[in-house]
Design a protein around this ligand. Sequence first.
Ligand SMILES: Cc1ncc(COP(=O)(O)O)c(C=O)c1O
Length: 393
Amino acid sequence: MSIEQTASRDAARKPELRPANPRFSSGPCAKPPTFELIKLADAALGRSHRAAVGKDKLKAAIEGTREVLGIPADYKIGIVPASDTGAVEMAMWSLLGERKVEMLAWESFGAGWVTDVVKQLKIDAEVKTAEYGQIVDLASIDFANDVVFTWNGTTSGVRVPNGDWIANDRQGLTICDATSAAFAMDLPWDKLDVTTFSWQKVLGGEAAHGMLILSPRAVERLESYIPAWPLPKIFRLTKGGKLIDGIFTGATINTPSMLAVEDYLFALDWARSVGGLQGLIARADANAGAVHAFCDQNDWIANLAEDAATQSNTSVCLKFTDARIKDGAAFAKAVAKRLEAENIALDIGAYRDAPAGLRIWCGGTVETSDIEAMLPWLAWAFEAEIAAQTEAA
Ligand SMILES: Cc1ncc(COP(=O)(O)O)c(C=O)c1O
């Protein structure tokens, strides 16, 4: 064995400490650390969701969301079908077309909304895109138009730095997909006319339902504008030119999962127990901070998000930068596979449309101690894969 091989074998010794929870998936995300199935025993199962017990729970989910996220009293909050996708689609199909729209995208999900607007709705749209790792020129936006954007690009780890770029006196509406931002970042409600997220993201809830949050201006648009295209029942937010108020008080459009509702109520309680929104933000910041520090200490790995001001504190995306790596995609996959095989980190491969690399979920349900225990293993897996690549050559 050469000196080089001996050195890389020694570097590749496995760390002793292991994360207590290896779940670092970017959705569905880790459940709150105190989660146990037994805690859902009070779910209104086998009952009508229109019965008082079901309606009360749905209402508690809405009002709990308002309380934890600090959503103004005059904003409407609805539980809608089809997770975040359902909420975004409902908003776009119900509201867009009244005026020109600017579509902003810097990763896969934002790009998906562009496709819908341009190819399906065929609306007069100005599309502004940026490469993975970068963000569009936020100073270039004309708020006479409607604007659709993703607060945190889950597949690139690039987020908007804040809401300062959004005009207070805008004539158009802002439609914001905030699914990997809500409960981890400060959202300026006065700048957001439509905000969406799903339960399966930052609070580690179950997939199925989406949250649709409307400002008074969004409601005004809904009540004054009828799109030129037909809307299926599942998208309809108005009846006879008036908002269907029931959707925003717990009378859902169709049948919800009361098990998922119970799970979300549990997650909201857990959120309160760690200090509410500010506690959740602090937890995500600490987690992302640990990953950022690791990148600073190791010159073979870097944040995909180029500008520190736009680096996500939830979906932290990483790229390998070592010149010895021959096939970037195969290398990143092999590292993720090694960590999965050791039960150290599950589901951390980059999103399928994103550049090769890793994505480590840092939202508040993840414990910082688990991130800190996982990172030395990432160094181990990197060294082991470099050695394997050398041996294979
Ligand atoms: C930014 C963004 N938008 C939309 C979605 C789709 O969410 P869902 O599957 O909950 O509809 C995701 C999922 O990861 C996302 O990250």
